[in-house]
Design a binder for this molecule. Structure first.
Ligand code: ARG
Length: 487
């Protein structure tokens, strides 16, 4: 620390701009060091540094700097040769980072200063001009927007992958009837395909939410400066075009302090994880001996170190659990911005770790869930049998009476008594004789009631859009596939 102090003093005593630039690279000296007589306490350096995690933004930081440098040259704020030197230097730095040669020094504070520092080391004075008309406050938002724009694209593609896995299973089991549940009690028969397509719909809304969030992510903040805009003659549109942004931020104070786009993306990720967690929970349930509906693919299941017979649904369980991290990230970020005065505050640096962690979590969960779903084997007989037991056709039996003019409430009451009778006789509704139905319950029952309440008939009667009839589900699958094809 003492040595660093001397160096800082040394740097301050150099009058000339060029020599200060050289000194600026001496260990421990900060680009903002000019105003400070004392060196930063190492504790503060560690506490405030973000380079350990924001280093992952390096590509976007450099992409932004290249566009910024070209703009400065175009506006006459940099000589063309200087801009060329900067761009070449920046490209070399990408190589250094990717080959693992770049030294991420915590005293660099963040990735923006680390890259700028290295650039100055490499190309000298031209590099020291890069930060003209720019602040880290608008720079960091730019990086984050570029990062999120790319990651949202990747997440959307992974969601589509999981949708395809669900659709694939739905198409291969179009004839498989299972119990549909409410309150986790058997309720009415449905197609397994219909059940799987319910998740495809949830995921479709997730994709739509991400697309919508992208509109507000895709805004170019550079040119906002530290907070009030930039006084030099810059060209924001040039930068926006170079980086393929759809629009420019409209208010500099807002631009440097806005993290809505992060929060919106996290909200979309959180809901997506909630959906994955529901799917995961059903996989866990269905894989149990109690349900016995599915067999997990060996490659996506795990064993027990103690119990030799076990085959566990750990992938689904972890997905269910990882949901909490993403919910947590959303709450963390909402809490960070709540009560923040305008404009930039260092609090905003806390946006990165929760965001990065959420992006990685969501991508990992989707990547694991798609092949898990694709590899599920369904125990057709168990599912089919479960659909036969439990009086799943009771509603349709009531509807049968309704079609004969019985008010629904009365029909409900009659069939309720039929069910009670079956419970005491330990039989299915269709196992009662027509005679018994007619004499004990209603003279309106006829021979055709048995065909009417067959589970296949119950399923195939539900043809209105959104229902479980085979033809309707086939159509839903077709629609979903078209939607996926169009992006
Ligand atoms: N590392 C900072 C962040 O992530 C960059 C912006 C810092 N700006 C500042 N004036 N200290 O938010």
């Amino acid at each position: 620390v003492r040595g660093a102090k001397c160096e800082v003093r040394g740097a301050r005593s150099e009058g000339e701009a060029g020599r200060t630039t050289m000194k600026a690279r001496r260990k421990g000296h900060k680009p903002w060091g000019g105003r400070f007589a004392q060196a930063t306490d190492p504790l503060v350096e560690t506490y405030t540094a973000s380079i350990q995690f924001d280093r992952r933004l390096y590509r976007y930081d450099i992409q932004g700097s290249v566009a910024h440098a070209r703009m400065l040259a175009k506006c006459g704020l940099l000589a063309k040769a200087e801009a060329d030197k900067i761009v070449t230097g920046l490209h070399e730095i990408v190589g250094e980072i990717e080959r693992g040669e770049f030294r991420f020094d915590p005293s660099s504070e963040d990735i923006h200063m680390a890259i700028e520092g290295r650039l100055i080391e490499k190309v000298g004075e031209a590099g020291a001009k890069l930060h003209t008309g720019r602040s880290r406050n608008d720079q960091v938002v730019l990086d984050l927007r570029l990062y999120l724009r790319e990651e949202i694209g990747l997440v959307r593609r992974l969601v589509a992958g999981l949708q395809r896995a669900l659709i694939g299973q739905a198409e291969s089991h179009l004839d498989l009837i299972m119990p549909g549940y409410t309150h986790l009690q058997r309720a009415q028969p449905v197609l397994l395909a219909h059940h799987l397509m319910a998740y495809v719909e949830m995921l479709e809304r997730d994709r739509a939410r991400l697309t919508d969030a992208l509109v507000r992510v895709n805004v170019m903040p550079l040119g906002s400066g530290a907070l009030s805009g930039v006084g030099l003659p810059i060209d924001r549109r040039f930068v926006a075009r170079a980086l393929q942004f759809r629009s420019l931020s409209a208010n500099s104070l807002d631009a440097v302090s806005d993290r809505d786009f992060v929060i919106e993306s996290l909200a979309a990720f959180a809901l997506l994880m909630a959906h994955l967690s529901r799917l995961a929970e059903e996989i866990v349930l269905w894989a149990s001996s109690e349900f016995g509906f599915i067999e997990l693919p060996d490659a996506f299941a795990t064993g027990s170190s103690m119990m030799p017979q076990k085959k566990n649904p750990d992938v689904a369980e972890l997905t269910r659990a990882k949901t909490g991290r993403v919910f947590g990230a959303l709450v963390a970020l909402l809490t960070v911005v709540k009560g923040l005065p305008l404009s930039y505050n260092r609090d905003l640096q806390e946006d990165k770790e929760p965001l990065f962690d959420s992006v990685e979590t969501v991508k990992a969960a989707l990547s694991a869930m798609a092949p898990l779903v694709g590899g599920l084997a369904f125990h057709r007989d168990r599912m089919r049998k479960a659909a036969q037991d439990g009086f799943l056709n009771a509603t349709d039996m009531a509807d049968y009476l309704v079609l004969k003019g019985v008010p629904f409430r009365q029909a409900h009451e009659i069939v309720g008594r039929v069910v009670r009778r079956c419970l005491s006789k330990r039989c299915r509704i269709e196992e009662l004789s027509l005679k018994e139905l007619q004499t004990r319950f209603s003279g309106l029952f006829d021979q055709d009631v048995f065909a009417y309440i067959a589970v296949e008939a119950c399923v195939d009667r539900r043809r209105a859009t959104g229902g479980t009839a085979t033809a309707t589900v086939k159509k839903a699958i077709g629609t979903a596939k078209t939607r996926l094809r169009s992006g």
